[in-house]
Design a protein around this ligand. Structure first.
Ligand code: 5GP
Length: 191
């Protein structure tokens, strides 16, 4: 008998690699896992809603949660902007017999994989190239040019971290990437 309880599925990627589209697809297609909603100190973008996309906290409220040891992990992903996984989110999903999925930065993904080993499936979603990544961020139109520059600089370092993950999915062809991720996820959840 397989169980999803106590399992983690980690999705890490440089921003703009198409991770969100892939993850939304998997949520619809594969039963037995649910996302942990992260907390962040950044402001909501576009149509993002508190408690749905993130728990949006002020810097002070975020640091308060850090002091209370409410986070399983947290990172200052961009200078002055923190993101973290609340322990309560993970416990809630495990208690419901679900695997917990994380959309998490590359450093956080590496750390969780190192900590949870075989209990975690760590997927690194990669855009075909830095140029393509930049183009996608510009087309998305949700970030200022400064923010895009910051994300691109970080992305080239992040791409070198893929060997720390169980699998790298190159998102050059969305349908192929979807099929590959779905297969890996189903195999892992059935173990
Ligand atoms: P965005 O601002 O584009 O929503 O997210 C920026 C980065 O923060 C992404 O790489 C995303 O995966 C990461 N991130 C989101 N939630 C968490 C979290 O709970 N912990 C960590 N370490 N990174 C996160």
């Amino acid at each position: 008998m397989s169980t999803s309880q106590g399992k983690l599925v980690i999705f890490s990627a440089p921003s703009g690699s198409g991770k969100s589209t892939l993850v939304q697809y998997l949520l619809k297609e594969v039963p037995g896992f649910a996302f942990s909603i992260s907390a962040t100190s950044r402001a909501p973008r576009g149509t993002e809603k508190d408690g749905v996309d993130y728990y949006f906290l002020s810097n002070e409220a975020f640091q308060q949660r850090v002091a209370e040891e409410a986070f399983l992990e947290w990172e200052e992903v961009y200078p002055g902007t923190c993101y973290g996984t609340l322990k309560s989110e993970v416990e809630k999903r495990w208690a419901a017999g679900q695997a917990v999925a994380f959309d998490i930065d590359v450093v956080g993904g590496k750390n969780l994989k190192a900590r949870y080993g075989e209990h975690a499936l760590a997927l690194f979603i990669q855009a075909p190239s830095i140029e393509e990544l930049e183009r996608r961020l510009i087309v998305r139109g949700t970030d200022s040019s400064d923010k895009i520059k910051q994300r691109i600089e970080k992305a080239s370092w992040e791409m070198d971290q893929s060997p720390f993950f169980d699998h790298t999915i190159i998102n050059d062809d969305l349908d192929r990437a979807k099929a590959e991720a779905k297969k890996l996820l189903i195999e892992f959840l059935a173990k």
